[in-house]
Design a protein around this ligand. Structure first.
Ligand code: G6P
Ligand code: BGC
Ligand code: BGC
Length: 924
């Protein structure tokens, strides 16, 4: 395909009046000019090469692959949706960089009503050269002064203003209001700005100006403002194309294709920054010596080479370089150059636009050249016009090749062969160069024939678009503030945690002395942790956690072997009659014995009963109150061992020797203590939460004896039932407590354990939905369903390996229509709730280990804590947050957390083994 023939422009047909070969004029002039014009001719093949190479760079950058820096940056803009026109409010917009040496301030009123538009008010301010090249602070102070000057004439009073900052330079954005300048372009070169967050620089300048309280809520690239400013009726525009002093485009890419974003749904606007496209292979052949000279003499040689062939800041300069070149070779202006021709930047976009305009005619061109201090002959004017046409035509064609690359990318990412797309265009090259758009459109049709492209000039240069983004950002910022306000009570300070630790110590001391305390500090009659001499086969029951298990535990020289079976406790049994519950337990035991071939054998049995029991001995435990969703009747106040023995009796022909009843914390401590003798604390963070530890008998008022130790079951789940935790309790905790079967009870547990965290999160999500912060304010039936948000969702949602996309999947299974912002907020809610739980649990452990250290008058205590419970084991961060809090609050204790592998059933068997050994010794 020759140069322009097949591009619909008839052979030899340039702008009207452009002399062609064979026209009567001095041969060398024409040759010399033709030779120059020829350089600006770009073939179809070259344009396709540019299209393909740019597409390749775009996709490489999207993949975020290592390797040679892609020629284009493909910068995510955090604009995820195109406006749905409901945005409302008054916004100030500051535009810097789109139109070169000027900035613009606008006051935009969005009415949110389809088609009802309020004309924005705006004012343009010329930026002095020394400000564009001076210290960054000076530039931002200049911008802040212009803002004030603009607002001074408006009746804004001292209302808080929301500002959208259109900053038309390549930036790494990390949020709608956080953007770091990568490098200046287009005649700007202020110091101390590259690598800085330009929003903060503007905020600081506005602060220094101190005239108005302006909140900078969004920063957008001018291409995004252009795209978002598309009239709702006309668009939606999904591509924003700017050709002003510089050039660039943005478009809506499928989020899943943007490697740096952990997103798989929806679209995100990408600022391509195609100005830096510089693939030598594609661009080399179309670059002229004039392009190289321009680049060499520019403020940023080697950078923005593609932009320097298209942007309005450079078209005039290219024309000047060509005219100077031709003048020096005597082909134009009688071989005379002039100060204008010799001085950089003297021929402006406006000049080229005027001279290039076919309707201008030679006379107009002549006049422009005279204004530029040149003395053109008639033929000069025509040649000059040809040069302008050649430079601008190439610019439009190159821009078209780039746009065609974007269209191909959209075809790829949407797997659409035929693409119907609206492109918003902005910038003075479009406004002033009538032929630019037509050449662009024609060339795009040739390079992307399957795309039906509708070009929509942006109204008011994208100011409205910036206001749209600002409105979205303002809404998101307001949502973020409401989210922070809602989660603030969950963010506990070190002081608050230390206060919990101190309160718990006080309650422990009172509980041990038998004084009124929310901590019942129950003696367990376990006086020692295992010493490894235990032997024998034992049955163990494990009731009170997620699962009810029956275990056969064989304690032998080689270690402990366990075979067990999980049985379910239906809610109707857990909340039925006590007799029914214990009969169910015995049924399971019998079933287990049959399966294990133990029928008829009366093995010693240890009963892990994970509820608060006042024990009078190892095999006597009065249930004080049910917790964790259990509420079987006629049990509270009863000796649980008796209830079990009665059930065994009711089930004739079953022989069972119930030797010990232990709390799951004790079972866990014993089970871990079998491996590590330092293990003197048992911790459960599962359905419920609790801790036990080895206390000095002298401190246990209710048990005789001053020497030796006894394991104390703190029952810390009830900590705060006396109101001592009210300072931390939130409205969501109150909702969960009121809805529970034991309101007012187990307040500490209800802030920590697995049975309740999901419910706390659900209540927070309901609250945020009612505020319109989440799920577009739509309350869903599902979310109003109790216990529908399982605590295991927190563990899944907070797992590092789970991208936001999976968070979305979990929530969508709950029938929650959500945006990516919603998913992010739900994640933050889960993190706040689980972190508070872990920190409170850590404060509890710190209280216990500090008690032991002080009991023993030690400077430093080394101790291990045996831990069990689904929440502690499965939540990705819970255990490390507990350990960090203990290190913070009990720095003189070196605490090792041992996760119990075999559960507390083994511990119950070991307690039984110790009891049997002790009973054996007393018998001999
Ligand atoms: C293990 C222990 C049980 C304990 C449970 C607590 O399974 O063997 O005795 O009650 O952990 O955790 P969970 O998450 O099941 O409530
Ligand atoms: C900048 C882009 C901007 C374009 C149009 C380029 O120099 O790098 O961010 O969109 O000019 O103003
Ligand atoms: C019970 C404790 C038990 C804890 C962990 C609490 O609800 O009161 O006895 O240790 O849950 O299972």
């Amino acid at each position: 395909m020759d140069s322009i023939g097949s591009l619909g422009l008839q052979q030899g047909e340039g702008a009207p009046g452009c002399p062609q070969e064979g026209l009567p004029c001095p041969s060398n002039t024409s040759e010399m000019v033709q030779e120059c014009l020829q350089q600006f001719k770009v073939t179809g093949a070259q344009l396709r090469q540019i299209q393909t190479s740019l597409l390749g760079s775009m996709e490489q950058a999207l993949r975020g692959q290592a390797g040679p820096a892609p020629a284009v940056r493909m910068l995510p803009t955090y604009v995820g949706s195109i406006p749905h026109g409901t945005e409302q409010g008054d916004f100030v917009v500051l535009e810097l960089g789109a139109t070169g040496a000027s900035l613009r301030v606008l006051w935009v009123t969005l009415t949110g009503i389809e088609g009802h538009k309020v004309e924005p008010r705006s004012q343009e301010f010329v930026i002095p050269q020394e400000v564009m090249l001076g210290p960054g602070q000076q530039l931002f102070d200049f911008a802040a002064r212009c803002l004030s000057e603009f607002l001074d004439v408006l009746p804004v009073g001292n209302q808080g203003l929301q500002l959208g900052f259109s900053f038309s330079f390549p930036c790494h954005q990390t949020g709608l209001d956080k953007s770091t300048l990568i490098s200046w372009t287009k005649g700007f070169k202020c110091s101390d700005v590259e690598g800085q967050d330009v929003v903060q620089l503007l905020r600081d300048a506005i602060q220094r100006q101190g005239a108005y309280s302006i909140d900078v809520v969004a920063v957008v690239n001018d291409t995004v403002g252009t795209m978002m400013g598309c009239e709702p009726g006309v668009g939606p525009c999904e591509v924003g194309l700017v050709v002003d002093t510089g050039t660039n485009a943005c478009y809506m890419e499928e989020a899943r294709h943007v490697a740096v974003l952990d997103e798989d749904r929806g679209r995100v606007c990408i600022s391509i920054e195609w100005g830096s496209f510089s693939d030598e292979g594609a661009l080399g052949p179309v670059q002229t010596i004039f392009d190289r000279t321009l680049d060499h003499e520019s403020l940023n040689p080697g950078a923005q080479r593609f932009e320097k062939m298209i942007g309005g800041l450079y078209l005039g300069e290219l024309v000047r370089l060509v005219l100077a070149h031709l003048a020096q070779r005597g082909a134009l202006f009688g071989g005379h150059t002039s100060p204008v021709l010799r001085s950089q930047g003297s021929i402006l976009l406006e000049h080229v636009a005027e001279m290039e305009d076919p309707s201008a005619g030679a006379a107009r061109v002549h006049a422009v050249l005279q204004d530029l201090g040149l003395n053109p002959k008639a033929s000069d004017a025509e040649w000059v016009q040809c040069v302008c046409v050649a430079v601008c035509t190439r610019a439009a064609q190159l821009c078209a090749a780039a746009l065609a690359a974007v269209l191909s990318r959209l075809q790829h990412s949407r797997e659409q062969q035929a693409l119907q797309i609206a492109v918003a265009t902005g910038g003075r090259v479009f406004e002033r160069h009538p032929r630019f758009l037509s050449v662009l459109r024609e060339t795009v049709m040739l390079l992307a024939p399957d795309c039906n492209v509708c070009f929509i000039p942006s109204v008011d240069g994208g100011g409205r678009g910036v206001a749209m983004v600002t409105a979205v950002a303002a809404r998101l910022a307001a949502h973020r503030r409401l989210l922070e306000e809602t989660l603030a009570p969950f963010r506990l300070t070190r002081e608050q945690l230390a206060e919990v630790q101190a309160q718990m110590r006080e309650a422990m001391a009172k509980g041990l002395q038998g004084e009124a305390s929310s901590l019942r500090m129950l003696p367990t009659y376990v006086r020692a942790t295992p010493d490894g001499s235990e032997r024998g086969d034992f049955l163990a029951l494990d009731l009170g956690g997620t699962n009810f298990r029956v275990l056969l535990v064989r304690v032998a020289t080689g270690g402990v072997q366990i075979s067990s079976q999980i049985y379910s406790i239906p809610e109707c049994v857990a909340q039925g009659s006590g007799q029914q519950l214990f009969d169910h337990i015995v049924d399971c035991i019998v079933d287990f014995q049959q399966k294990q071939g133990l029928s008829g054998q009366s093995l010693p049995l240890g009963f892990t009963f994970s509820f608060p029991c006042r024990q009078m001995g190892l095999d006597q435990g009065i249930l004080l109150n049910w917790t964790k969703g259990f509420n079987a009747s006629d049990c509270e106040g009863q000796d649980v061992v008796c209830l079990l023995r009665e059930a065994i009796r009711r089930r004739q022909a079953v022989e069972l020797n119930v030797v010990a009843i232990v709390n799951d914390t004790v079972g866990t401590m014993m089970s871990c203590g079998y491996e590590d003798p330092h293990c003197e604390v048992g911790l459960i963070v599962g359905t419920g939460t609790n801790a036990c530890y080895m206390e000095e008998l002298r401190n246990v008022a209710s048990v005789d004896g001053d020497s030796g130790q006894m394991c104390i079951n703190t029952e810390w789940g009830a900590f705060g039932d006396d109101g001592s935790l009210s300072m931390l309790s939130t409205r969501f905790d109150a909702c969960v407590d009121q809805a529970s079967i034991n309101p007012g009870k187990q307040r500490f547990e209800k802030m920590i354990s697995g049975m309740y965290l999901g419910e706390i999160v659900r209540h927070i999500l309901l609250h945020l939905t009612s505020l319109g912060v989440l799920f577009r304010g739509q309350q869903t039936q599902r979310l109003q369903t109790r216990d529908i948000f399982k605590t295991k969702f927190l563990s899944e949602i907070e797992s590092d390996s789970l991208a936001l996309r999976q968070v979305r999947a979990i929530l969508e299974d709950l029938g929650l229509p959500l945006t990516s912002d919603d998913a992010l907020m739900v994640l933050e809610v889960c993190q706040a709730v689980s972190k508070r739980a872990a920190q409170l649990c850590g404060a509890g452990v710190a209280a216990v280990v500090e008690k032991i250290r002080e009991n023993r008058g030690l400077e430093e205590l080394t101790i291990s804590v045996g831990v069990d419970g689904t929440l502690y084991k499965l939540h990705p961060h819970f255990s490390s947050l507990v350990a960090a809090t203990v290190r913070e609050l009990a720095p003189r204790c070196v605490v090792t957390f041992l996760q119990s592998e075999d559960g507390s059933g083994k511990g119950a068997a070991l307690v039984t083994a110790v009891a049997c050994r002790l009973a054996q010794r007393t018998r001999v």
